[in-house]
Design a protein around this ligand. Structure first.
Ligand code: PLP
Length: 329
C-alpha cells in the first residue's frame, strides 16, 4: 500500500479585504454586531468626535471571539474533532473555549499564573481546560505545541493566524460600515491581530482613514518593529494592559502592519487608568485597561487629533472590578 501523501501546505496568499468579508459571513448570526457609542463628555474631553465600537459587549466580553470562532469554523471537521489548544493572557482563552463549546469540541488553554482571576474563572466557565505556566520563565508556545502533538489538537494562536486576523477585522468592518467617514481609527495593539484585521477592513472600505495602532509604552515592540523594518522582540512588558503584554508581533500581522499602518502610538499606564475611569464614570461603560489604549491616545492633545472624527475600538470589558477601583499601581 502506498504511503499517504502529505500535501505541501500552500504558500499563504497575502491577506486581503475579501478575507475579512468572508469572516463576516462566517460570524453572521453568531457574533454580536456590537453598538457604536458616542458621548458628549468624551468628545468635550478629547476636543474631537469619537465613535467607540463596543467590543466589551461582544460575546465573552471582547473582540477575540471573532477571530477564535472564525478559525475553529474553518478547520476541517475531521481535524476539528480532536480539539484545539492555545496560549493566552486571557481573552483569547475565553474566546477559544466558547468557540470550541459552540462546535462541540474540547479546548485546552495554556495560561500564565498571574492571569486575572476573572479571566481564569470565565475560561473554566466556558468549559476550557487550563494548564498554568510562568510567563517570566517558561515558553508558552512550546507547552502548547507539546499538548497538540500528544492529543492531535490544533494550535489556534491568539493573533498570528490568517483566519484569526480575518475574524478580528470584522469589528472594524462593522464600525467603518456604520460610520463611513472617519478621519482616524485607533486600534489597541498587542500581537497585532486586531490591528492587521482592521487595516485590511479599512483598506477595502475606507482607504483614506488613517489607522493607528496604540500600544502600552512599556511594551513598545510594535513601534520599534515598524521603525526598524523587522520584528523586534522585547522582555514580557509589565503593564496593566494585560491584553497587550505580548513580546513581539507575528509574521502575518507584521507583514500587514508594516505595509499599511499610518503609525503606532504609545500610552503610559497612568493614562490608561485615567481613560478607563473616565469612560466608566462619564459614559457608564466598563472597559478593561487594554481597551482604553485607543481612548487614551484620543485624549492626548500631542497627537493633533483635535476636531477630527475618530473611530476607537473598545476592545474588551473583562476587568477585575477590584482592580478597576484600585489606585494606580
Ligand atoms: C488581545 C487583546 C488586544 C490586542 O489584540 P492583538 O490582536 O493581540 O493585537 C487588545 N484588547 C483586548 C481587550 C484584547 O483582549
Amino acid at each position: 500500500m502506498a504511503d499517504p501523501v502529505t500535501p505541501e501546505p500552500p504558500t499563504p496568499e497575502p491577506l486581503t479585504f475579501a478575507d475579512v468579508d468572508d469572516a463576516a459571513s462566517t460570524l453572521a448570526g453568531v457574533a454580536h454586531r456590537t453598538p457604536v457609542l458616542t458621548s458628549t463628555a468624551i468628545d468635550d474631553a478629547a476636543g474631537a468626535h469619537l465613535f467607540c465600537k463596543c467590543e466589551n459587549l461582544q460575546r465573552m466580553g471582547a473582540f477575540k471571539f471573532r477571530g477564535a470562532y472564525t478559525a475553529v469554523a474553518r478547520l476541517d471537521p475531521q481535524v476539528r474533532r480532536r480539539g484545539v489548544v492555545t496560549y493566552s493572557s486571557g481573552n483569547h482563552a475565553q474566546a477559544l473555549s466558547l468557540a470550541a463549546r459552540l462546535h462541540g469540541i474540547d479546548a485546552t488553554i495554556v495560561m500564565p499564573h498571574d492571569a486575572p482571576a476573572s479571566k481564569v474563572a470565565a475560561t473554566q466557565g466556558y468549559g476550557g481546560t487550563i494548564v498554568r505556566y510562568d510567563r517570566y520563565t517558561e515558553d508558552r508556545t512550546a507547552i502548547a505545541t507539546e499538548i497538540a502533538e500528544r492529543t492531535g489538537a490544533t494550535v489556534i494562536p491568539p493573533y498570528d493566524h490568517p483566519d484569526v486576523i480575518a475574524g478580528q477585522g470584522t469589528a472594524a468592518l462593522e464600525l467603518l460600515t456604520d460610520v463611513p467617514d472617519l478621519d482616524v481609527l485607533l486600534v489597541p495593539l498587542g500581537g497585532g491581530g486586531l490591528l492587521s484585521g482592521s487595516l485590511l477592513a479599512a483598506g477595502g472600505l475606507a482607504p483614506d482613514t488613517r489607522v493607528y495602532g496604540v500600544e502600552p509604552a512599556a511594551g513598545d515592540d510594535g513601534l520599534r518593529s515598524l521603525r526598524s523594518g523587522s520584528i523586534v522582540t522585547i522582555d514580557p512588558p509589565r503593564t496593566i494592559a494585560d491584553g497587550a503584554q505580548t513580546t513581539h508581533l507575528g509574521d502575518h500581522t507584521f507583514r500587514v502592519i508594516a505595509e499599511r499602518v499610518t503609525d503606532i502610538l504609545t500610552v503610559e499606564d497612568s493614562e490608561l487608568i485615567t481613560a478607563m475611569q473616565f469612560v466608566a464614570t462619564r459614559a457608564k461603560v466598563v472597559i478593561e485597561p487594554t481597551a482604553a489604549l485607543g481612548v487614551a491616545a484620543a485624549l492626548d492633545a500631542r497627537h493633533g487629533f483635535s476636531g477630527l472624527r475618530i473611530g476607537v475600538i473598545l476592545s474588551g470589558g473583562n476587568v477585575d472590578l477590584a482592580r478597576l477601583a484600585a489606585p494606580t499601581p
